[in-house]
Design a protein around this ligand. Structure first.
Ligand code: F6R
Length: 243
């Protein structure tokens, strides 16, 4: 595992956008796994700036979701499908066909999870998976004690994660869904390159446990230690608890 400490979130965003651009130069139809939440936004802004400047051709790029809320109505502005369309697909000028995600509104959620793992495999697998990290060490929505071999499945969010995410729902925790579909840790580990970005002091404990603690299901992000090509990029605030 490689750990890179950058001065701030914008520098982390630039670094990861550069890595994605280099990948797309090598492999124009690369499949990029995109996370949601606040942390990756500087990455998407930096990537879109490259496209606007004519420095990057994304005409064949593909993107896929990491996770999705269960039960939000189709088109809800905070569904992760809507977020990825708004923050990634539209700013990069990708066609909606270049974008895949699990169906959080499916009647048969289990079938939707299995279909998503199959779709990722038949797309050739994820080339670069961008990850954020929860204050409790989750990646995707694999909350503490998720199996390190898990596949895409339905999970229940912890109270802490619902509190953390209430800001996206006008501060109303009651509006935050209880359930999500998330790529499993085993699914995530199949991506060819994992890039985890963590910014802010609130992530410092989780980052230290991920990088320096034992590999353990109580810290799902520690599974990155098992991956042959994992890069953890942290700003100075998120690095404060590293030894
Ligand atoms: C979202 C996701 C989550 C977030 C994590 C951090 O797709 O997979 O693991 O990355 O909850 O969220 P932020 O970046 O909002 O602190």
């Amino acid at each position: 595992m490689e750990v890179v400490i950058v001065p701030d979130a914008a520098a982390g965003g630039d670094l990861i956008a550069d890595a994605m651009a280099a990948l797309l130069h090598r492999k124009p139809d690369a499949l990029l796994g995109v996370a949601t939440g606040s942390t990756p936004l500087p990455v998407y802004r930096a990537l879109a700036a490259k496209v606007r400047a004519g420095a990057l051709d994304v005409s064949r790029a593909r993107v896929c979701q990491l996770d999705e809320y269960v039960g939000l109505p189709t088109g809800h502005p905070e569904s992760y499908r809507s977020v990825v369309l708004r923050e990634v697909v539209e700013p990069l000028g990708l066609s909606p066909e270049a974008f895949m995600g699990p169906d959080g509104a499916a009647d048969d959620v289990q079938a939707a999870c299995e279909a998503y793992d199959a779709a990722l495999a038949s797309a050739g697998g994820v080339d670069l998976q961008l990850l954020g990290i929860g204050t409790d060490g989750h990646i995707g929505f694999n909350e503490p004690c998720s199996s390190l071999a898990s596949r895409t499945r339905i999970k229940t969010l912890t109270e802490q994660t619902r509190v953390d995410n209430a800001r996206f729902f006008g501060g109303d925790i009651a509006a935050v869904p209880h359930h999500v579909i998330t790529q499993g840790i085993g699914t995530i580990l199949e991506a060819r390159h994992l890039v985890l970005l963590a910014t802010g002091e609130g992530k410092a404990e989780a980052v230290a446990a991920t990088v320096e603690g034992p590999v353990a299901a109580v810290v799902p992000a520690s599974a990155l230690q098992l991956h042959p090509h994992a890069t953890v990029i942290v700003d100075e605030a998120a690095a404060t608890k590293l030894k």
